[in-house]
Ligand binder design. Sequence first.
Ligand code: CA
Ligand code: CA
Length: 202
Amino acid sequence: MKNLYASLAAALALGFAAPAMAVPLPYDQPGIENTVQYQFIAASTGEVTAYFAGSDAGYMNEITLLVNGVETGIQGLNNQTSVYGQVLNFGAVTAGDRLVFKLLNINPGTIGPFYSDRSMNDGGYNHIFSSAYAGDDKIPAGVFIGFEDLPRGGDFDYNDERFVFVNVADVTDVPEPASIALLMAGVAGLAASRKAKRARQA
Ligand SMILES: [Ca+2]
Ligand SMILES: [Ca+2]
């Protein structure tokens, strides 16, 4: 019986380990431009690191970083040669530093670059999709960014080169908690009044 419990525990452990293998979620509306205007800062004083999380692109690209508008000059994680979980260290930053990630086109070398800050891109197109990533056995938890590497947003699939950045905070403007709370109260109120109406009609 003890062995049965042990194997059950092992199976459960494997079961729980499986979700940790998950890769970052892709952009769910390919073909349509992502409208979110992302902003990123350094979460704490220390190093910012990038982890390669995959690529679906014909072009050859690499990633670099601007800190408070200044190029770090550190680039790498070539999308044609890097392996999942490969790391690039961008060096030390100070908490609150403004971070802009920049995708460099290596081959053919005639397009881009493309920035995580939409306003810096040619034509003002959004070239990234971002979400929080919980991490897996090769990549720690961080901020996932998928780049679109075609001029003027191209096919908007945002999967051309993908990264998870660590020690980065997404400070994109989102609706304030107060207005979300109001919205939720409104929805709850509507549901309650519908329920009451159904009760009267019954
Ligand atoms: Ca694309
Ligand atoms: Ca693609």
